[in-house]
Design a protein. Structure first.
Length: 486
């Protein structure tokens, strides 16, 4: 048998027992639902059949907190916690509620309050009794002042933190000038002045007024005349050595007399007889030796021949012949000059040697295209044009001759235009413009476009990234900005 019951309103939360009686009304006054708790219904309800059941009644008006941000943060305080509380009394301002973290009072901001939910931003106070490299779990209590019995409690974890450098600029500089360096430090004890040593010597410094416990901006001046990796130590001025709250990083002080590269070449075709012209500034007037070496990734050193040095004031242009046994790959170009001040070395860190007759992608854009989006209840399948400049691509082709794909999607080829046409013997000369129409994709991520054409032994490829576009409805679809966008 199936019995459908409607439970009566309960005055309190907890387990409620019920009794179903089959047959005549029992004569015994003891035949009530409490017999289910004592398992005595057979005795208390003679002459009838009974069935017991129970319900768990709960208070559906108890506030329920849903935390929308991290529930842990630094013990130094100042973190923001976004919390939405259902069944919470309506608040007209932030003054209508208070928040505490264990025994410490925090602060709060009221974002919204309605019958559905109250949304608050809580600001954590500092937790002062936490040891280094430890954590503490505390109760967070949000209390409406007019109805303190409707307070909500959840837990938050304080984590011990130490000061740390998050960024600094510049990271290097010439040693013949004094530079201003800006350093961003997280969790530096604040407020207070700092002490900065540069190479072991105190230098002038300042803390920016916008600094706080979460992030401090410190500026200091370097010292001229030092060379190499210089240690920088920043600590609160009142912190005695050894200071547990100090931070340290390295600044590279560069030799101002070393020649500087101007527009260093990025690579060359292996069929060419010489490297692209190398231009150096602050080239010495007198030098005893000048060597140019290509260093392969496996450590192999290939000596080059410097054919000419053309001087213009303190500039020098080097014409350098390539080594005889030059293979495709990525090299370092090391230029070594010895003058009265000793040996000075200038390095091009990434120099690519490639096949001058093989097709390759020279450039392309845009690198980012939008995904499918929605506006006015409609799906907008945005398709973006992507252009690529190709070197040594087969020429004289039409869009029908070129096949472009993105994963399993076909990419429409809109245009194939030869920009530069050279003799077959010319190295790395032909240039072709390819215009594509990227397909509309629903999900973001990095994708690869592959290009094939007659006469190519292997396809070319380059990457595009699909990103969600702007909120079209909010930002792009306003009638004051766009007419008839639907």
């Amino acid at each position: 048998a199936q019995v459908v019951l409607t439970s009566p309103k309960q005055g309190s939360a907890g387990e409620v027992h019920g009794l179903i009686v089959f047959g005549a009304v029992p004569s015994s006054t003891a035949c009530v639902s409490s017999c289910c708790q004592t398992a005595s219904c057979v005795v208390d309800c003679p002459g009838v059949q009974t069935a017991c059941f129970s319900l768990v009644a709960y208070n559906d008006l108890v506030p329920i907190a849903s935390v929308k941000s991290d529930i842990s943060g630094p013990a130094i305080g100042g973190s923001f916690i976004l919390v939405s509380i259902a069944n919470f009394p309506l608040l007209s301002s932030a003054d209508d509620a208070e928040v505490s973290f264990a025994a410490a009072a925090g602060s709060l901001q009221l974002k919204s309050s309605s019958a559905e939910a109250t949304v608050l931003t809580l600001v954590t106070p500092e937790y002062t009794t936490l040891d280094k490299a430890s954590s503490a779990l505390v109760d967070v209590t949000v209390t409406p002042k007019k109805q303190p019995d409707r307070a909500i409690v959840f837990q938050y974890t304080y984590v011990a933190v130490s000061p740390a450098v998050t960024a600094f600029t510049p990271a290097s500089g010439l040693n013949d000038v004094v530079l201003e360096v800006k350093v961003q430090i997280a969790f530096l004890p604040f407020p207070g002045k700092v002490s900065v040593t540069f190479g072991g010597v105190k230098v002038s410094s300042a803390v920016h007024p916008s600094s706080n416990k979460m992030a401090s901006l410190v500026t200091f001046n370097t010292r001229a005349g030092l060379l190499g990796t210089i240690p920088v130590v920043i600590k609160p001025k009142t912190c005695l050595d050894p200071c547990a709250d100090q931070v340290q990083f390295a600044f590279e002080s560069l030799d101002a007399t070393v020649p500087e590269l101007l527009a260093p070449p990025s690579g060359m075709a292996k069929q060419l007889p010489a490297l692209p012209t190398i231009t150096l500034k602050k080239f010495p007037t007198v030098y005893s030796s000048l060597n140019v070496t290509l260093l392969a990734s496996d450590g192999t050193a290939l000596a080059c021949t410097v054919q000419h040095v053309i001087r213009i004031s303190d500039l020098a242009q080097l014409d350098v012949l390539r080594p005889a046994a030059l293979l495709e790959g990525v090299y370092q170009v090391r230029i070594s000059i010895v003058d009265n001040g000793g040996r000075k070395t200038v390095t091009i860190k990434a120099f690519v040697v490639y096949d001058g007759f093989a097709p390759k992608v020279v450039s392309y854009g845009p690198e980012m295209v939008p995904t499918v989006t929605f506006a006015g209840g409609r799906v907008l399948e945005v398709r973006s044009k992507v252009s690529a400049i190709l070197a040594n691509f087969p020429q004289g082709l039409s869009p029908m001759d070129v096949v472009a794909t993105l994963a399993v999607e076909d990419v429409a080829v809109l245009q194939v235009r030869d920009l530069v046409t050279c003799a077959p013997s010319a190295t790395d000369c032909n240039r072709t413009l390819l215009t594509l129409l990227a397909p509309a994709l629903p999900s973001p991520g990095a994708k690869t476009i592959s290009i094939s054409a007659p006469g190519m032994s292997s396809p070319l490829a380059f990457g595009v990234t699909y990103e969600p576009p702007c909120d079209f409805q909010a930002l792009c679809g306003a009638r004051s900005q766009l007419v008839n966008y639907r």
